[in-house]
Design a protein around this ligand. Structure first.
Ligand code: ADP
Ligand code: ZN
Length: 199
């Protein structure tokens, strides 16, 4: 953000497919806020148990401590009024209410930085990140590298057969693919909205 006067809050969204560097970028911004001696609170959803419980861990093993929350409302409940910067990872698991919660926090004067997937395993918009992008002051869309051909990758390719919207992946469950190499599951496999944890 350029020049912000007074204690105005705002929303930054960092989106893209898996492996695009969203967690790295979130951690980088939060570290810089800490270096500036700002009061920072960091959250991640309980569903992402691939790595350490109370840390955000990037695929390149950058780490930062984080509070586990069960949903967007939990973020509000745990908010310290003195907090200046709020970091949230894996926004796609926090529900539609995150849009309202993020705006509430920004209206309170906080800088809200949210990272999450913008598309699902079929390449469709993955709420609430698309809605967060519309209410944000700043959007950063990152790309990964296609593991098939080396081109910029905007897709998260699911490698295991499942029609569930959420399958939390350990290694080998997902990979980054470009638009040419992306292979959405065949039609007739409707995406259910039930959650399943297969990590
Ligand atoms: P995200 O939060 O978007 O899933 P991370 O920040 O956790 O991404 O990890 C990004 C890191 O993953 C990269 O810096 C790189 O070291 C590693 N990586 C592994 N596979 C890929 C890939 N296909 N494209 C880009 N980076 C990759
Ligand atoms: Zn490709």
């Amino acid at each position: 953000m350029d020049i912000v006067k007074g204690n105005m809050g705002w929303i930054e969204v960092v989106c893209g497919p898996m492996f695009s560097g969203k967690s790295e970028e979130l951690i980088r911004r939060l570290r810089r806020a800490e270096i500036a001696r700002q009061r920072v609170q960091i959250f991640k959803p309980a569903i992402d148990k691939r790595y350490a419980e109370s840390e955000i861990v990037s695929h390149s093993d950058l780490r930062i401590p984080a509070d586990i929350v069960s949903g967007a409302r939990d973020v509000l409940d745990k908010m310290d009024p003195r907090t200046e910067v709020v970091g949230i990872d894996e926004a796609q698991f926090l529900g539609a209410e995150l849009v309202e919660v993020a705006q509430k926090l920004a209206d309170m004067g906080k800088r809200v930085i949210i990272a999450g997937l913008d598309t699902d395993f079929l390449g469709r918009p993955f709420e609430p990140v698309p809605q967060l992008m519309t209410v944000a002051e700043e959007v950063t869309k990152l790309l990964a590298i296609c593991v098939r051909c080396g081109n910029p990758a905007k897709h998260t390719q699911r490698l295991v057969a499942s029609d569930e919207l959420i399958v939390v992946g350990a290694h080998g469950t997902y990979e980054a693919r470009c638009r040419r190499c992306f292979e959405p599951p065949p039609a007739g496999q409707p995406a259910a909205s039930k959650q399943k944890n297969r990590s």
